[in-house]
Write a protein that binds this ligand. Structure first.
Ligand SMILES: [Zn+2]
Length: 387
């Protein structure tokens, strides 16, 4: 085996499978007495979990987030949770609810406010105290947030998003129950599923990919390629839903340990400046970013291992042994057409936004793992093709 030192970290425990959500309440009871229960809009399911917690002897203190959490939401929520004496945090929902839960769990035990610790827009100080125990229960198959070590927060007045990032943000327990995703509507299945796909491709071609993340990304791409079209066409297809939860989890494991790339480099400023859901933004950018990365690699780094990896992406997604990088890009573009993924202009992005978006993307933390450093012109071309 060639020398390839690496590090790998993930949630303390992962429970995966149909019906796994029944594990949440007893696990929470072993971690604390008063749970901050962070949820998105799904109130019915949240009420059922609150009842299960109470039955297990845990007081549930509800906290709802609508959309991606802002710095202000987290500052206010942490003060509320402290006042309520919460000693464990349970988050159930999409990536926004889970990221909010992570941020609240770490702000429960660390002094000050989120801006003290935020990268890019804040003071970037290291978080010094372990989080309150945190349980993540995803209800979408896309973000992998249940096993990542960052929480994305919006700074609406600055028009950007930035992350709290620390190994302390890893969940004590991640419960992935594919049954929770059965009622996702097709449009959400499409956008979250394409986020999962992006979060497998970018870590696979990343400069920080390691032998362990390679296992996960390749398995995830094979599974997502077979499952995503089926889960979208028939939401009740349990095997396909299971496949997408598995692919999403593998994407989370991979991105947390190998980083991302240009698509997520752009997703942060686009999502910060325009009211566009993260998955839809990634979907609109993915094919263009792959095309530009390939052109740049062929011109300036023809020996890069990422080139062969893009061909492998084509084979894994199409399931055909002779597919190439171009076939993979066409497979993705065709899926986006079938899913009716809108271009970024649908969210108000125009040609006049290109220079600012390219500048901000160049500064984004995700861009550091892109397989090649892109020029200013190349960055602008990615966003131009996605508009
Ligand atoms: Zn993403």
């Amino acid at each position: 085996m060639e020398t390839m030192p690496f590090e790998f970290a993930t949630a303390g425990r992962i429970v995966f499978g149909d019906g796994a959500a029944s594990e949440v309440a007893p696990a929470a009871a072993a971690m604390g007495r008063r749970a901050l229960l962070v949820t998105g809009q799904g109130t019915e399911r949240a009420a059922a979990l609150a009842r299960a917690l109470e039955a297990a002897g845990v007081v549930a203190v509800p906290f709802r987030v609508s959309g991606e959490p802002s710095i202000g939401t987290i500052a206010a929520g942490a003060a509320y949770a402290r006042g309520e004496g919460c000693d464990v945090v349970v988050a159930m929902g999409g990536g926004s609810a889970i990221d909010a839960g992570k941020a609240l769990a770490v702000m429960l035990t660390n002094p000050g406010e989120p801006l003290d610790y935020l990268e890019v827009v804040g003071r970037g100080q290291p978080l010094r105290q372990p989080s309150a125990p945190f349980i993540a229960v995803p209800t979408t198959a896309g973000t992998g947030s249940e096993v990542t070590r960052n929480a994305v927060l919006a700074a609406p007045e600055r028009g950007v998003k930035a992350s709290l990032r620390s190994p302390f943000l890893l969940a004590r327990l991640a419960v992935v129950d594919p049954e929770l995703t059965l009622d996702l509507p097709p449009a959400l299945t499409a956008s979250t599923g394409l986020d999962a796909l992006t979060q497998l491709i970018e870590p696979y071609v990343s400069v920080r990919a390691n032998p362990m993340t390679d296992l996960y990304t390749m398995e995830g791409l094979r599974t997502a390629g077979a499952s995503l079209p089926r889960a979208w066409a028939n939401g009740g297809d349990r095997a396909a839903r299971r496949g997408m939860c598995w692919a999403s989890l593998l994407g989370g494991l991979s991105l947390a340990n190998a980083g991302l790339g240009a698509v997520h480099g752009f997703a942060a400023p686009v999502g910060g400046m325009f009211p566009a859901p993260h998955g839809a933004v990634c979907a609109a950018l993915l094919a263009a970013a792959m095309e530009i990365n390939l052109e740049a690699l062929r011109q300036r780094a023809p020996e890069s291992r990422a080139l062969a990896r893009y061909d492998e992406v084509g084979r894994l997604l199409t399931g055909k042994p002779h597919s190439t990088a171009a076939d993979g890009i066409e497979w993705i573009a065709a899926l986006c057409r079938r899913f009716e993924i809108p271009p970024l202009r649908a969210y108000g992005v125009t040609a006049s936004d290109i220079p600012l978006l390219a500048s901000r993307a160049a500064e984004a933390s995700s861009m550091k793992a892109n397989p090649i450093k892109l020029t200013r012109e190349e960055l602008e071309e990615i966003i131009r093709r996605a508009i």
